[in-house]
Design a binder for this molecule. Structure first.
Ligand SMILES: Nc1ncnc2c1ncn2[C@@H]1O[C@H](COP(=O)(O)OP(=O)(O)OP(=O)(O)O)[C@@H](O)[C@H]1O
Ligand SMILES: [Mg+2]
Length: 508
């Protein structure tokens, strides 16, 4: 580009002030937006002004059909031109694309490469013309065509050089837009991979209201506090908030507050300067700095000691941190999400957790219910985990037998979703066949069904007993047929008959 400018100055004299200003405008335009059509349109409009041209177009090569397509057209017949395409070698533009050489035509009618067809079809007589290749790393990606110098004049060598310069600008704009589109594609692919990995499953009313909250919170920068028993998905919810928010380009940084204490935790959170304490042999960035532009997830926040609580409060208020051993405040732009399965209000009451910090953290609260309180989700979760683990292990187990499912639903799941997930993983890894059955479940889960279910409700048991009795009578006490109608196994029917102390009538 600069050699073209030197060429221009040395061989063809200075640019007019107007030409120079227009060129400057083009150079600004190429970085002003990534919307390709918009940039190209503006470049071509400036091209017409700089070269006093009646019309100009950019034709881009489609790698699929190997034809030149009119991408941007200006001038009186711009709309009509859009529907045409040119083969390589066809017309002057096709020749330029094929030979990767610029062409200055003073009178199109006398140039044998000129194809009159388009000109005649749109009733736009072409007189003089400049056609320059548009290149990306020596590869022709298209052609710029500039038609008819205004005022009955002809284009000259200086115009040709200027056109080459403008085509260079257009190539930069096209390159920028292409890499932007590519990055966006990769980004959305990455996002969907992440989403698949961290997908939150649930369709119970309780989970629906959690999803609703996540969606609302994701649009804000508010501090969020997540509570719920162990294994209910607190970290998963935190990740979902991050990935659905504008901060997705930044990092999600989890910190297990309970693992580290004292100086180690502080240096983990805030980083340290070189020599801050024995063993600090180089500068270390803390989690807050790593999460800059993203989200920090402070897990098990209830375990923070008093001094760190004070420091955290200051970070939340000032949005600034100071590295251990440092004397400089560093601005940080983060969202803070905290979580605990402890009773934080109780810790506040006992004076173990600062009240001011507690209120600063729980701007928005999300409470995750235990799995036993949203039994509607168990079947869905179990089937999704089964699909996932079967796929991962190359297994064919994709169904859950009704009896096994009843056991899963009846069990109390003290370890919540984590325990259910592990249970299904174990069944898939250790089991065989297409169906997950009672045999694939642990004694504890099975025991629960066999022993506890009959105790659960006398009214329900009576209804159960009556129904079974009716089906048995209907089938003349053919237990196999009755089990089929009841959709339970023959063994289970036997257990029911035994536990209800039922007997076949004497006449059978
Ligand atoms: N709703 C859900 N959908 C899918 N997977 C879930 C769901 N809830 C939890 N899980 C899975 O259960 C496991 C435990 O979840 P997570 O670590 O988020 O729980 P937690 O509440 O942070 O537990 P803890 O209190 O023990 O730290 C993870 O493997 C997670 O992917
Ligand atoms: Mg957790």
């Amino acid at each position: 580009m600069s050699s073209s400018l030197t060429d221009l100055k040395e061989n063809y004299g200075l640019l007019s002030k107007e030409q120079f200003m227009n060129l400057l405008e083009v150079s600004r335009t190429i970085h002003s937006t990534l919307a390709l059509d918009d940039v190209l349109e503006r470049i071509m409009t400036q091209t017409n002004a700089i070269l006093s041209a009646e019309a100009s177009s950019i034709l881009l090569m489609d790698p699929l059909d190997k034809k030149l397509h009119f991408r941007t057209t200006t001038g009186a017949k711009s709309k009509e031109l859009k529907k045409f395409t040119l083969d390589m070698g066809e017309g002057i533009a096709g020749w330029v694309a094929e030979h990767a050489e610029s062409v200055l035509v003073k009178d199109a009618d006398t140039d044998e490469r000129f194809s009159r067809q388009i000109s005649e079809m749109i009733s736009f007589p072409t007189k003089s013309m400049i056609c320059v290749p548009c290149k990306m790393e020596d590869r022709v990606i298209g052609v710029i065509e500039i038609l008819n110098k205004k005022g009955q004049k002809c284009f000259d060598e200086k115009d040709l050089l200027l056109a080459s310069l403008l085509s260079g600008f257009a190539a930069i704009a096209i390159n920028n837009a292409k890499s932007h589109t590519q990055t966006r594609k990769e980004n959305s692919l990455l996002k969907s991979e992440i989403n698949k990995k961290y997908i939150l499953i649930g369709e119970s009313a309780e989970m629906k209201s959690v999803f609703n909250l996540i969606q609302k919170v994701s649009k804000t920068n508010s501090t969020v506090h997540i509570t719920g028993p162990s294994g209910t998905g607190k970290e998963l919810v935190a990740r979902n908030i991050h990935y659905q928010s504008e901060r997705v380009g930044g990092a999600f940084v989890p910190v297990a507050c309970s693992i580290l204490t004292g100086t180690l935790l502080e240096s983990e959170l805030f980083g340290h300067e070189k020599g801050a304490f024995t063993g600090a042999d180089k500068l270390k960035l803390g989690k807050f700095e790593s999460a800059n532009g993203g989200t920090i997830f402070l897990d098990e926040i209830g375990t923070l000691n008093h001094e760190t609580q004070i420091k955290l409060l200051r970070v939340l208020e000032e949005r600034q941190i100071e590295r251990v051993g440092g004397n400089q405040l560093i601005d940080i732009d983060i969202r803070v999400i905290s979580a605990t399965n402890e009773d934080l209000p109780k810790l506040v009451q006992e004076g173990k957790f600062r009240e001011d910090l507690f209120y600063r953290l729980k701007v928005i609260c999300i409470d995750l219910p235990a799995l036993k309180d949203r039994k509607d989700d168990i079947s869905l979760l179990a089937h999704r985990f089964l699909d996932q683990f079967s796929k991962d292990a190359g297994q064919t187990m994709t169904r859950i037998h009704q009896e096994a499912l009843e056991c899963l639903v009846a069990y109390s799941w003290p370890g919540n979703v984590r325990e259910l997930r592990n249970t299904i993983e174990r069944a898939v890894v250790l089991g065989e066949g297409d169906v997950l059955t009672l045999e694939h479940l642990s004694e504890e889960i099975r025991k629960n069904e066999i022993d506890e279910k009959p105790k659960s409700s006398l009214a329900l048991d009576n209804a159960d007993k009556k129904h079974i009795e009716a089906v048995l009578n209907q089938t003349g006490w053919n237990k196999s047929r009755a089990a089929k109608i009841l959709n339970i196994s023959r063994n289970r029917l036997d257990r029911k008959i035994k536990s209800f102390e039922m007997k076949a009538p004497d006449y059978l």
